[in-house]
Each structure stands twice: as structure tokens, then as C-alpha cells.
Write a protein that binds this ligand. Structure first.
Ligand SMILES: Nc1ncnc2c1ncn2[C@@H]1O[C@H](COP(=O)(O)OP(=O)(O)OP(=O)(O)O)[C@@H](O)[C@H]1O
Length: 360
């Protein structure tokens, strides 16, 4: 099992800083996800770890060994690509065996050893019986399984997955992400996963690193990053948020008090920052707001009128018009809200997040 550490890594293409002084550590056996919008530098970071790219600055370590300049084939990583990158003229068996055959001498493998290992990998990804098919005779999901088997068969120190589910339909994506998570836990391979899909990232990862414009903005366990975003980009990119701008008035015990002109009210919330500037943003997730029957205003009391109702199956999403703004609120699917209905809500102050009002 291998720890992966990046120290201050920077990669520049011409005038584009693809990766900008990034540092993080992936623990041994962990599933670590790089999450961010297109072009934020996720793939470049992965390619640096694989050794396909050499950074201009910074260092990469596998455990305590520096590998920044080590050739890719000496790192023993395996990569799975979005487009599978299977060899169309080779059968499933030969695709999976390929990595073993090129290492055959070094690893002193007999044809029987190879057969055993290929069988093991195909069993892991549930493709037994399809050994003699060609990639084009397989569905997208099956092709992705072959790609996964081909990566796992060499028993890599580090498994690198670059948007592996992007080409699959929604249902299959959910099925495969479950399977990847199960497999990864079973084998305990240190895995670095790249995606722009925040739900996929939260569901599959031990920890997530959120990137934007080449920079790593925050990393932590999914719950930590979701519930305690330290900046506006993370709050907005991960999950859905109501973001309201206001003026920080000071601390009331451990709570930040914020005047919000759009609500014509003061809101209390918690902050991951000890010091807050005057201009702040208040983040309220749509699911934190609770209906109250109280007419007596309490902390973080919000009253408004519903102007849009959307039934989403597992919940009802409403738009609540309040003050000069409109909030997204999730209600249980047992409720039948209607347009024009008045709603009285409380946003529990421990679930309201206050952060500086800057987008970086
Ligand atoms: N070989 C290259 N030559 C020039 N610019 C590049 C090269 N590779 C990446 N870039 C640029 O570096 C930036 C980061 O690209 P990267 O592919 O790492 O982003 P990404 O987050 O993986 O995006 P996507 O999800 O779209 O693949 C982008 O602006 C991209 O255009």
C-alpha cells in the first residue's frame, strides 16, 4: 500500500497555469477524488502522478520516495481513462493480459500465471465468460469493466481513474460507482479518482479535493467539505446552496451575526474562519430549513410565499419568495405545497455557514 504526496506542484502550458502550487497527501488505501469544473487541472494532476507529465515546480512522493522524474513504467501505477482506451483488435482476455505480458520477464510469469491473474481480474469486475469477445462486441459498461480489469491485473501501487464513468448512462453510472467503491475497499488500493460530478465524488470518496483554475481550494471528507465549505466556490460547486450576501456585524458567542439586506433581517451562522471581513456570504443548504408553526420570530426566522413547486420524487423543491430574494427549500415528499402558500421557516444557526464574499 502506498501513500501519495504532492508538494507545491505546478504545471504550466505556455501561458496557461494548468496546476498552480498544489499540495496534498493521499493516505495508503484511500479513495481520494479530485473534483472540479472542466479545465481546472484535474487530469494534469493525475498525469503528473502517473509520470506522463513532469511539473515545472514541486515534488511528487510515493511513500518516502521522490518520483517526480521517475519514468511512468517504473512507478507501477495503472490508469483508467474516460474513453476506455482498449485495443479494438484484441480480445477481452488479451486486453487484460497485455500489461502482464509486457512485464512477463521482469515478474517471471508463466502463461499459466497470466491466465490465473486474468481470470482473477475478470472475476473481480464480473466479466467471466466474455474473454473471447472483442471490445466492439461489448456494451459501454462492459468495456469500462475491461479497462478496470486491465488496470487491476497488474496489482498497481496506485490506481488512477480519469472520469471513468462519464461515457455511461445515468443508471449505469450509479451502478458502476458502487462497484468501484466496493472493489476499491476490498482490494485496499490507493486510488485517485477524477470527476467533475459532485454527487459521484461525494458518494465514492474517502476524501475530496475541490479544484478551480489550477488551484486546490479545499480538501476533506465529503461531509466536511459539504457542511463546512471554506469558500464560496466550494459552497456553490458541491451540492446546492442559497447564497446571500451581507455585512458581518460581529460575533455572538461562537456565532457570526450577519445583516442581510435582501432578507431585511439579521442571520446567525457558524464559520470555518476565525476572522471574517465586513463583506460576507451566508450559505444555507435547501435541506436545512425547517418548517415552524411559531409566529414569534426566533433566530433565523424566515417567512415567505411559495412561487414554484417541483416534485422530485424523494423530496419536493419549492422556491420561496422572501424579502427581495428567492430561496430554494426542500420539503418532505409527503407534503403538498401549493403556489401562493405562506411558509414559516427556521434555518438552524449551526447549519448556516458564513464565509468571506469572495469567489476564489
Ligand atoms: N498538453 C496541453 N497543452 C496545452 N494546454 C493544456 C494541455 N493539457 C491541458 N492543458 C490546459 O491546462 C488546463 C487544465 O487542463 P486539464 O485537462 O488538467 O483540466 P481538467 O480539469 O482535467 O479538465 P477536463 O475535465 O475538461 O478534462 C486547461 O486550461 C487545458 O486547456
Amino acid at each position: 500500500m502506498t501513500r501519495v504526496r504532492l508538494e507545491n506542484v505546478t504545471k504550466v502550458y505556455g501561458s496557461v497555469v494548468a496546476v498552480d502550487h498544489i499540495s496534498f497527501e493521499v493516505e495508503s488505501g484511500e479513495l481520494f477524488t479530485l473534483l472540479g469544473p472542466s479545465g481546472c487541472g484535474k487530469t494534469t494532476t493525475l498525469r503528473i502522478i502517473a509520470g506522463f507529465e513532469v511539473p515545472e515546480e514541486g515534488k511528487v512522493y510515493f511513500d518516502d520516495e521522490e518520483v517526480t522524474f521517475l519514468k511512468p513504467y517504473l512507478r507501477n501505477t495503472a490508469m483508467v481513462f474516460q474513453n476506455y482506451a482498449l485495443w479494438p483488435h484484441m480480445t477481452v482476455y488479451d486486453n487484460v493480459a497485455y500489461g502482464l505480458r509486457i512485464r512477463r520477464r521482469k515478474l517471471r510469469l508463466s502463461e499459466e500465471d497470466i491466465r490465473r491473474k486474468v481470470r482473477w481480474a475478470l472475476e473481480l469486475v464480473k466479466l467471466e465468460g466474455l474473454e473471447n469477445r472483442y471490445p466492439l462486441q461489448l456494451s459501454g459498461g462492459q468495456q469500462q469493466r475491461v479497462a478496470l480489469a486491465r488496470a487491476l491485473v497488474v496489482e498497481p501501487r496506485v490506481l488512477l481513474l480519469d472520469e471513468p464513468l462519464s461515457n455511461l448512462d445515468a443508471k449505469l453510472r450509479i451502478e458502476m460507482r458502487e462497484e468501484i467503491k466496493r472493489l476499491q475497499k476490498k482490494l485496499g488500493i490507493t486510488t485517485i479518482y477524477v470527476t467533475h460530478d459532485q454527487i459521484e465524488a461525494m458518494s465514492i470518496s474517502d476524501r475530496i479535493a475541490v479544484m478551480n483554475k489550477g488551484k486546490l481550494l479545499q480538501y476533506g471528507a465529503p461531509r466536511e467539505v459539504y457542511f463546512k465549505p471554506t469558500n464560496l466556490f466550494v459552497a456553490d460547486f458541491l451540492g446546492r446552496s442559497n447564497i446571500l450576501y451581507g455585512e458581518f456585524l460581529g460575533w455572538e458567542n461562537e456565532y457570526a451575526l450577519v445583516r442581510i439586506p435582501d432578507l431585511d433581517a439579521d442571520i446567525l451562522g457558524v464559520s470555518p474562519h476565525k476572522d471574517l471581513p465586513r463583506k460576507v456570504a451566508v450559505v444555507m443548504r435547501p435541506e436545512i430549513m425547517k418548517i415552524t408553526e411559531s409566529r414569534v420570530p426566533t433566530d433565523n426566522y424566515i417567512i415567505g410565499k411559495i412561487d414554484l413547486v417541483m416534485f422530485l420524487g424523494d423530496r419536493v423543491e419549492v422556491r420561496l419568495s422572501t424579502g427581495k430574494t428567492s430561496l430554494i427549500v426542500y420539503l418532505p415528499n409527503t407534503m403538498y405545497p401549493t403556489i401562493g402558500q405562506e411558509l414559516k421557516l427556521v434555518a438552524p444557526k449551526d447549519n448556516v455557514i458564513v464565509i468571506p464574499a469572495v469567489w476564489e
